[in-house]
Design a protein around this ligand. Structure first.
Ligand SMILES: N[C@@H](CCC(=O)N[C@@H](CS)C(=O)NCC(=O)O)C(=O)O
Length: 214
């Protein structure tokens, strides 16, 4: 399997965690989002992923984009621990939690959005950080409220990591990058800490990737 990603990409980070939890290996192809004006924008990469975003996977002739689709596909086609609960209600709750992050937080802090704000609205770094913090705190605040209404568990939805945890950890990492203060979110922080102790999550960290740059 070929995995096209970038060390700092949250969406690629999600997939790396899923690969590691499932115990599935891959050949990594680095797509540097800054170098050469953004390698994701080259015709070659666009032929793989018309959105010009990472991640993309290739498995023989099969190509797939969108991290949540990739993770669910991995879960359904590969051996290893299940990343989605068997119970339909719980599975839907896990998807709803993951989508808060993947659909409603992450897109607002994506590189192309921040570049657009800089180029078209003259936004400086402080304004961009404030923008990101605004949406991260809003979305993770909702995640905290969802967790707080459940009985305490090690991971978001029980004693095994699911898609919810896979999305949460990279988003907590991004919160740190953009200076969002999560001190009012004890449940989010406790889950992230529990995940960060697992080898699958540690190996997926940006600093442990071959394309990592300080
Ligand atoms: N919803 C997509 C988001 C993919 C995405 O936005 N990837 C970012 C990195 S996390 C990217 O490639 N950005 C490049 C750009 O903005 O030009 C997914 O979950 O895969």
């Amino acid at each position: 399997m070929i995995f096209h990603g970038y060390f700092r990409s949250s969406s690629a980070y999600r997939c790396r965690i899923a690969f590691n939890l499932k115990g599935v290996g891959y050949d990594f192809v680095s797509v540097h989002l800054r170098k050469d004006g953004g390698q994701q924008k080259t015709p070659g990469y666009r032929a793989l992923n018309p959105q010009a975003l990472v991640p993309t996977i290739e498995d023989g002739d099969f190509r797939l984009t969108q991290s949540l689709a990739i993770i669910e596909w991995l879960d359904e086609t590969q051996d290893g621990p299940k990343l989605m609960p068997a119970d339909a209600d719980l599975r839907a709750e896990v998807r709803a939690f993951a989508q808060i992050i993947a659909c409603d937080i992450h897109p607002l802090q994506n590189l192309r959005v921040l570049d657009y704000l800089k180029a078209n609205f003259s936004a400086q770094q402080a304004a961009l950080d404030a923008w990101c913090q605004r949406w991260i705190l809003d979305g993770l605040g909702a995640c905290e409220a969802l967790l707080a209404r459940r009985a305490r568990s090690t991971f978001c939805f029980g004693e095994e990591p699911t898609l919810a945890d896979i999305c949460l950890v990279p988003q907590v990492f991004s919160a740190g990058r953009f200076g969002a203060d999560l001190s009012a979110m004890p449940r989010v922080r406790a889950v992230a800490e529990a995940c960060e102790a697992l080898p699958a999550f540690i190996a997926a960290q940006p600093r442990n990737q071959p394309d990592w740059e300080a």
